[in-house]
Every structure is written in C-alpha cells, then in structure tokens.
Write a protein that binds this ligand. Structure first.
Ligand code: ADP
Length: 508
C-alpha cells in the first residue's frame, strides 16, 4: 500500500529534476501529495517514512542552493520544504492513527454491548466479552472478574482456564479499587506472577470495573513487549464502559428473573383460582346431594309414621333413623354456618370452660363403636387428669370430625386408636391423637387437606360422603383455641392426626 505513494514521490522528484527551477519551486509542494497519501493509508509510520523520503529527495536541490547563495528567503524556503513533508506526514498520520484507534474502541464497545445484550447466562456473556477485549487490546492474556472478592467472583479469561489468585494484581485492584500497572510483572514485588515469558518483560494492567454501586469487578490484561500510552488509555476506557455495561446486564438478568418469577406466581395463582372455582362448583353439587340424602330419609320415614299405624318396635326404629338423619342435617348446617363465618372473617364464637376431655372422647367412641361395627376402637386414656379449657361444642365437633374421617377413610374396617395426654414434645400443650390404618394420604396432598373443599380422590373411598370442609373447620377451631392440628400419613398404611390444644393455665 505504501509502494504507490513512494512511486508517486519518485515521479515528483523526476519532475523537479527536469524542471530544474531551484529550491523554492512551486513544484516542491507536490511532495506533500504522496506524503499525505501514505499518512492516510498507513498512519504515522507511513506518513513519516514517505515524508522523510520526500525531504531526502529535496535535499540535493535545497542544500547546494544554501551553499551557493547563503541564507536568502528563497534558500530558507527551500530548507523549510525539507522538513515540511516529514512534519505533515507525522502529524496527519498520528491523527489518522488516533481516529482509527477510536473507531476500533467504538467497534469493541459495540461488540461488548451486543455480547452483554445476548440471551445467555452472565458467565457465557463475560467469556464472549473477554475474547472481544483481548482482540481489541491485542493482549497476551485477559481476565474479567465480576464479584466482590477474588474467591467468589465470576471469572472469564482468555486463554480459558487462566487463574486469578489472591496475590495477583487483579485481586489487589478488586480489593482496593485502585488501578495496578506493572511494567515488569515477573519482577513486581506487589504481585506473585507464576510465569515468566523469557527476556521480554511482561506488562500488566488491572483496572477496576466501576458502576453506580461501586467496584463490581476487575479487568486484568497482560501484554508482552511495549505497552503504549494509547493502549493503556484504550484499556481504561474499555474498562469504564465494561463496568456500566456489566451492571446493566446484571440488572437486565435480574429483571428477567423477576419477570419470570412473577409470571410463574401469576400462573400458579391463576391455576389455584381455577382450582378453587372448580372446587366451589363441585362443592355446591356435593352440598345439595349431602342435604338431599338426609332430607329424603326424613321425608320418607315421617310419611311412613304419619300414614301407617306401625307396630311400636318399627315406629321406634323409624324414630331412631329420623333422629340420626336430623343429626346429620344439623352437622352439615353447622359446618356451613361455621364456614360462612370464617369466609366473612368473623371470629368463631367460643365459650371456653373446663372440659372433661376423657369423658367427651369416651362418649364419642361409644357412639362410633355402635355405628361402625367393622372397626375396632382403642382408647388410651391419659395417665393423669389433663386440665383443658375449651368450648365443649367446638371440641366435640373436632373429635367427631377426626373420628368420622378415621372411619370413612378406612373403608375395609380396621383399627382406630385414640389417645390423649400432655404433649411430650410440646410443653404446655395437650395432645389428642386419632390414628387409623386406612387408605392414607399421599405426601404431596398433605399440605392441602386442611384447605376448604379439598378432597383427595382414592378409588376405595370414592363413595365416601363429605364436603371437604371437616379438616378446615378442625384447623380453624384448633387455632381459635390457640392450638393447631398436625398430620402424618403413609398411603396404604394409615394416618395419624394430632390435635394440640393449650393446657388450662395458658390463655388463648
Ligand atoms: P371430607 O368431608 O371430604 O372428609 P375433610 O376436610 O374432613 O373433608 O377431609 C379432607 C380430605 O382429607 C378428605 O376428603 C380425605 O381425602 C382426606 N382425609 C381426611 N382424613 C383422612 C384420613 N383419616 N385418612 C385418609 N384421608 C383422610
């Protein structure tokens, strides 16, 4: 590329020789043309070289004239023409070099920006950026560290696998936020360089990456040979840009993650709402069914009693049925009323008083044993009297719910064990446990069973009647007493519900 300006220079020199017009000839300005051409094409080196050649070619014309005529305005002009091409070549060449370097830096900045805007992880982005930077800075090695300290920071290096240890200049720059420049890394007492690259000194620069949040990382660069001021300035300028760009990329990633989490939460909430909506629809149909069953029985038996004169023992049996179904209706209506109270956010009305827990359990066990002959009920009474203050009606409903579930969800019969005592693992609490060896509950369903309308499908209990409200009421009642309800269950093995209520001397 420099050959053409040199050829043009030769042509100008020939024209000057043939024209033979002396050192101040107007033609001498023609030397500037190839000089500027070379400067534009090859920068300061090209411009300086061709300018120097031009000066040399003009010397045989300019110098003899000085010797011959002394220092006249014409010979002085000729002398000036010796230096002018060199000066112009160097000056224009430097300007060209500077603007080329700026263009290269801008291209590197854009490439970095593009890399950091990509969809990959921050590690992958940093690896790409490290490659771009190494090419842009013509470095031997380059490492980017993003993070608060050298041990935990993300590291991207070219060549891949370069380690940055705690004694390095990069670690020092990261810890102190100061720039570290080393003109001979292997001899620098501040850092420990593991490697020597022979006689050529190893230059290194570690520049902190700074964002609005302070020092967020460091860029460490190594060069062999001379490290020009321009290269150093370029490295610092790129590091300045990197700090902001990395912070932006991190914010964008955080924003993406946040948006994803939000979308997940919204879709989970939507699914849950849909589930609840579905459950409510099912609930309405189950409620109507649950109400209709005892009502039909009530109508049937009462009609029978009204229309026909039944023998006393049959009439007595009808009355027992009527009573049982009326109790069922009462229980359902009670549950629905409690539910509407809970839904409306009104507190459950409790009238706490000292209760004989053992007596209450025993009465219920008698009723259940009489109604469910295929089940065996076991009762472990408390060793000593437990002091409990509770709303007897609420406590009765909790016990009935747990017992009725234990029976309902062990459809083939089995054992139902009930115990009451002071909770060993919960000082100040009284524990009432109901255990069955029924169908059990899958682990993933356990957290849901205390929610309203939730019923866990199981082929063996498909015909079991229920509204999916019992346990949510037990939970609400237990919490209203200052207690709680817990469950352990294994599918196919059975379940154990534990009702924990505070002892009488504790307030709720
Ligand atoms: P339900 O009226 O359906 O019995 P609950 O709120 O009392 O409503 O119980 C919710 C669900 O929890 C039941 O539908 C059942 O699937 C499960 N469940 C409750 N108790 C037991 C138990 N002892 N054994 C197995 N599953 C149970």
């Amino acid at each position: 590329m420099i050959a053409l300006p040199v050829a043009l220079l030769a042509v100008v020199a020939l024209v000057m020789a043939f024209a033979d017009q002396g050192p101040a000839s107007v033609l001498r300005h023609l030397y500037l043309v190839p000089t500027l051409w070379a400067a534009l094409a090859r920068g300061a080196v090209g411009g300086g070289l061709v300018g120097a050649l031009a000066g040399l070619l003009h010397a045989p014309v300019a110098l003899p004239a000085v010797e011959r005529d002394g220092l006249t305005s014409q010979t002085l002009d000729g002398l000036l023409s010796l230096g002018l091409p060199i000066l112009a070549g160097l000056l224009v060449g430097r300007l060209v070099d500077g603007s080329r370097a700026r263009a290269a830096r801008l291209a590197a900045v854009l490439a970095i920006q593009r890399r950091l805007d990509g969809p990959e992880t921050l590690e992958a982005k940093l690896a790409g950026v490290a490659r771009e930077l190494r090419v842009a800075l013509r470095a031997r090695r380059l490492a980017l560290l993003v993070g608060a300290d050298v041990h935990t920071a993300l590291l991207a290096s070219v060549p891949v696998g370069t380690l940055v240890d705690a004694d390095s200049g990069a670690a020092f720059a990261l810890a102190t936020g100061q720039h570290v420049t080393s003109t001979d890394l292997t001899a620098d007492p501040r850092v420990r360089a593991n490697e020597s690259v022979g006689p050529t000194p190893l230059r290194a620069l570690a520049v902190p990456l700074v964002s609005g949040a302070g020092v967020i990382g460091v860029m460490a660069v190594e060069w062999t040979g001379e490290l020009s001021r321009a290269t150093r300035a370029a490295a610092e300028e790129l590091a300045l840009h990197m700090g902001l760009a990395v912070e932006n990329a991190r914010l964008t990633l955080r924003q993406h993650r946040f948006a994803e989490e939000l979308a997940e939460k919204v879709s989970a909430a939507t699914a849950r709402l849909r589930e609840l909506d579905q459950a409510k629809t099912e609930f309405l149909s189950v409620v109507s069914h649950e109400l209709r069953t005892p009502l039909t029985a009530l109508q049937g038996f009462s009609e029978l009693l009204l229309r026909s004169a039944l023998p006393a023992d049959r009439a007595q049996r009808c009355l027992v049925y009527l009573h049982t179904e009326a109790c069922t209706l009462g229980r359902i209506v009670g549950e629905l009323l409690d539910l509407s109270r809970i839904e409306a956010g009104r507190p459950l009305e409790l009238r706490p008083e000292p209760v004989d827990l053992a007596g209450l359990i025993e009465r219920n066990l008698e009723i259940f044993a009489a109604e469910h002959r295929e089940h065996r009920f076991r009762w472990s009474a408390p060793g000593s009297e437990v002091a409990l203050r509770a709303d007897p009606d609420a406590l009765d409903r909790m016990v009935k719910n747990l017992l009725s579930n234990a029976v309902k969800y062990s459809p083939r019969g089995g054992h139902v064990s009930v115990s009451a005592c002071s909770a060993e693992d919960q000082p100040g609490m009284i524990e009432l446990a109901v255990e069955d060896d029924g169908v059990g509950i899958p682990a993933d369903q356990l957290p849901r069973i205390f929610d309203k309308y939730v019923r866990v499908p199981h082929p063996e209990t498909a015909t079991a009647r229920g509204l999916g409200l019992g346990l949510s009421l037990v939970k609400a009642l237990a919490e209203a007493h200052g207690g709680r309800v817990e469950v352990e269950s294994l599918p196919g093995k059975g379940s154990r519900f534990r009702l924990l209520l505070p002892e009488a001397n504790r307030d709720f």
